[in-house]
Design a protein around this ligand. Structure first.
Ligand code: PMT
Length: 393
């Protein structure tokens, strides 16, 4: 995601400074090159040697070590991230103070800046600090976190540095073309549960990973995102409006409510195809045989397909075997704009795993994608949606 990108990382004095090692590793994993500046206070919490080993490069600590390094260092950087960002660096930055290597380099930098504040909750709530933070926000400086949790002082409150994954997501988003800005994306994910009695239900297999990846990528590319999710244990992406549902009926209601506000609708949920005719309100006693009387659930996509006015509509087809014919039949039968064929019998594809192997079909073309991460599948799906939407104009 960050291949060829050059990131400047500033580390300031906070107990969270040790987490910078993980941040450096993640940035490098995503293909970025990382240059690090440490303040004097940060070196009380973590040694420059540990950071140097993680970065695999020289660390900058002293302004006078190499003349003009505060000008040359940020020159080619795509983004400057300060993590952790103490109240001190935020105060200096907001007031144009340049009295060490980090604050001076920051003042000399005119590109994108993200700060990840970390401090005691009292400092975070101090109106003087808030004024500085708000002023930076008004200049377009993005703050990620801080989060609520137990703080170094032993107290609970808002002040913990945001998770490394949250910081990574905000870095990647800042460097991603916002080509879905202005779109309202509605995604469904996960299974539905159809209760037999208060204890038992029937369901379809689905971890929600594919749908959550679609929501994350849409958000990253600038869309407003609503995610309607069945019961899953995946953590929803930040900034996405999440509606949780249980049954197919609940999912249908939530979809129909959100649909009029949506410009793109993606149905990746594994909706149960059947539900019990009647749900018992007390536990069914165990016996040798039990016959269930099931009836088909309402097909949400079919209902959306039949609407006169509808968003750009994408379905998924989960099949066992290379049954592209069945996917095409669903595409036409439910009057969709696009369908993603998913052979769930293939290794590392379909349910539960982080990867998938799909074919994207629309009214004209078929595009077979290799095995890739679900996030990359989501990127390819949105690329194709944008191509098709542009051709329509
Ligand atoms: O969640 P993961 O573990 O990451 O797995 C991802 C996935 C395999 C669940 C996903 O990629 C996928 O294929 N989702 C669609 C599953 C499915 O129900 O496929 P289907 O071929 O049975 O249904 C066709 C389409 O009709 C689907 O878009 C489905 O959401 C929709 N449908 C089905 C039944 C119903 N009552 N209403 C519907 O709208």
């Amino acid at each position: 995601m960050l291949k060829g990108r050059s990131i400047l990382l500033g580390i300031t004095g906070s107990v969270a400074a040790y987490k910078s090692i993980d941040l450096i590793k993640r940035l490098k994993q995503e293909g970025a090159s990382v240059k690090v500046i440490m303040t004097g206070a940060s070196q009380r919490f973590i040694t420059p040697l540990s950071i140097e080993l993680a970065a695999g490069d020289k660390i900058y600590t002293d302004m006078f070590e190499a003349p003009l390094s505060h000008i040359s260092l940020p020159a080619g950087a795509d983004l400057f991230i300060i993590a952790p960002a103490s109240a001190d660096i935020i105060g200096k930055y907001a007031n144009g103070i340049a009295d060490d290597m980090l604050s001076t380099t920051l003042l000399a930098y005119s590109g994108k800046v993200i700060i990840a504040p970390a401090m005691n909750w009292r400092m975070y709530e101090n109106p003087i600090f808030r004024k500085n933070l708000n002023y930076l926000a008004s200049l377009g400086i993005k703050a990620v976190g801080p989060d609520r949790g137990s703080l170094a002082c032993g107290e609970e409150g808002v002040g913990r540095m945001a998770d490394i994954e949250k910081i990574m997501e905000s870095i990647i988003t800042s460097l991603t073309v916002q080509d879905l800005a202005g779109e309202q994306v509605l995604v469904t994910a996960g299974p539905t549960r159809e209760y037999i009695d208060p204890i038992r239900y029937i369901t379809n297999r689905s971890s929600g990973k594919m749908g959550y990846a679609l929501a994350a990528i849409a958000k990253r590319r600038g869309a407003e995102v609503t995610l309607i999710s069945g019961p899953v244990s995946v953590i929803p992406p930040d900034g996405v409006d999440v509606v949780t549902v249980g049954s197919a009926r609940e999912m249908r209601t939530a979809v129909m409510e959100a649909l009029p506000m949506s410009s793109i609708f993606i149905m990746s949920a594994a909706v149960a195809d059947f539900m019990p005719v009647d749900v018992r309100d007390s536990k069914i006693e165990k016996k040798e045989r039990l016959q269930l009387n099931l009836v088909k659930t309402r097909d949400i996509l079919e209902e959306v397909g039949a609407l006169k006015s509808k968003p750009f509509t994408v379905g998924f087809a989960a099949e066992t075997g290379h049954r592209l014919d069945r996917a095409r039949k669903k595409l036409l039968g439910k009057d969709m704009d696009m369908i993603v064929f998913n052979d769930v019998s293939r290794k590392n594809a379909g349910f539960d795993v982080d990867t998938n192997e799909v074919v994207i079909l629309d009214r004209g073309e078929e595009k077979k994608l290799p095995l890739m991460s679900k996030k990359d599948v989501a990127v390819a799906i949105f690329d194709r949606i944008l191509e098709l939407k542009e051709n329509r104009l």
